[in-house]
Design a protein around this ligand. Sequence first.
Ligand SMILES: Cc1cc2nc3c(=O)[nH]c(=O)nc-3n(C[C@H](O)[C@H](O)[C@H](O)COP(=O)(O)OP(=O)(O)OC[C@H]3O[C@@H](n4cnc5c(N)ncnc54)[C@H](O)[C@@H]3O)c2cc1C
Ligand code: SF4
Length: 454
Amino acid sequence: MREQPPGERIKNYDEVPYGYSPEEAVFEAERCLQCKNPKCIEGCPVEIDIKGFIKFIAEKKFKEGVTLLKEKNILPAICGRVCPQEEQCEIKCIVGIKNEPVAIGRLERFLADWERENEEIKIPSIPKSTGKKVAIVGAGPAGITVAADLVRLGHKVDMFEALHKPGGVLVYGIPEFRLPKAIVFKEIDFLIQMGVRLFTDSVIGMIKSIDELLNEYNAVFLGTGAGLPWFLEVPGENLNGIYSANEYLTRANLMKAYLFPKYKTPIIRGKRVATVGGGNVAMDCARTALRLGAEKSIIVYRRSRTEMPARDEEIHHAEEEGIIFKFLSNPAAFHGDKNNWVNEVECVQMKLGEPDDSGRRRPVPIPDANFRIAIDVGIIAIGNSPNPLVPSTTPDIKTGKWGNIITDPATCKTSKPGVFAGGDVATGAATVILAMGAGKIAARGMHEYLMNET
Ligand SMILES: Cc1cc2nc3c(=O)[nH]c(=O)nc-3n(C[C@H](O)[C@H](O)[C@H](O)COP(=O)(O)OP(=O)(O)OC[C@H]3O[C@@H](n4cnc5c(N)ncnc54)[C@H](O)[C@@H]3O)c2cc1C
Ligand code: SF4
């Protein structure tokens, strides 16, 4: 897919790939073998009829293609951009045995973009009201999916979001250059046109408890995500100039610090920025730092490139843009100046040992091999736990070891009657498509509960 050249794109916040033209999409779709037993579908967590929508593209029947695609996925423009297809559908594609697999994600994105640009998106007809009311807490991909499915079944749906904009990580975490926010807001607009009422700036657990919601609504869905950042817990981590990835990305994306002073959100525009971590979140932070003017944006990761959990495409884009990778390096401390501004990160040099429980080779410290890197901003991107506010204010909701809400995987029911949960708050930090898959299961479970409650 054609992309903005690296030297140009690091000076702006615009999306990196341009997307396929209709001719390019047809050309790519024609590579599909239309397998009798399509393995690609087995790899898709929401079981999209991949073979079917690709056939429509090859026949230039884009409208039919997008209709088929949206039967299983209400957010194709988003999934086509951020899903790890290389580990899901594309890894199973038969063409991939000898050649590059069919670019399923790019074709998905093409259809969704084609519809947005060429078609008037029709609001589906909503059945007669069931008289049941549902509250959804959290407007991320899990909550959005539940809302869309339940409103289409005739239930009245109110959605409560803590932030001033809906979308969850899609708007506050993933940067504009990977996922333009206008696309997310368009999808949410669609929900609102279907009759979902959205209440922003509404932190459930503070403005209302779950028990209070249950007095007003027949059922509640918790899709509050995993927004509690982990820290390294090393000396100096509280120095000025050190951010959690969440804070850094929220300032930059949701609060548009990259457009300061037009937007009033300040952010420290470091010249030497170190991001600690090796996942998608770390790549997003390091690439954002570059766009905010960093001369050196460094990823500090304790294992090697092979063990990095980030998507290949994200690592590749980061490398192209000149991100510096310091592998086998684990921060032991941050050091600061007399005014408590960070000016160095001290790292322990690591080597790889035997594989650990995750199957990846364990990083082992090399004695007396510490070294320091000069920095003026540090970003900690080593993971997140589920948001704790709702469980901590609702003692009869059972949680697991990591603070995740325990649910029945077949229905998304929690230990509290009438309360369902899904997405990152149940699984821990995962992916958009898994959060949407959980939303689908929860909507089915909630519908059954609503229609059978006395
Ligand atoms: C920077 C970053 C990059 C990522 N990149 C990718 C990627 O490339 N591909 C991919 O598949 N996944 C990616 N992920 C993971 C993916 O975004 C998440 O798995 C997914 O968004 C989870 O969806 P969710 O609906 O469960 O939660 P979220 O998206 O976290 O949404 C939860 C929502 O609930 C709200 N909320 C929380 N508490 C309350 C409360 N008490 N009251 C009201 N509202 C509340 C939050 O404000 C938030 O809007 C990334 C994550 C991050 C942080
Ligand atoms: S496995 Fe690949 S070639 Fe076969 S139907 Fe799916 S996308 Fe087409």
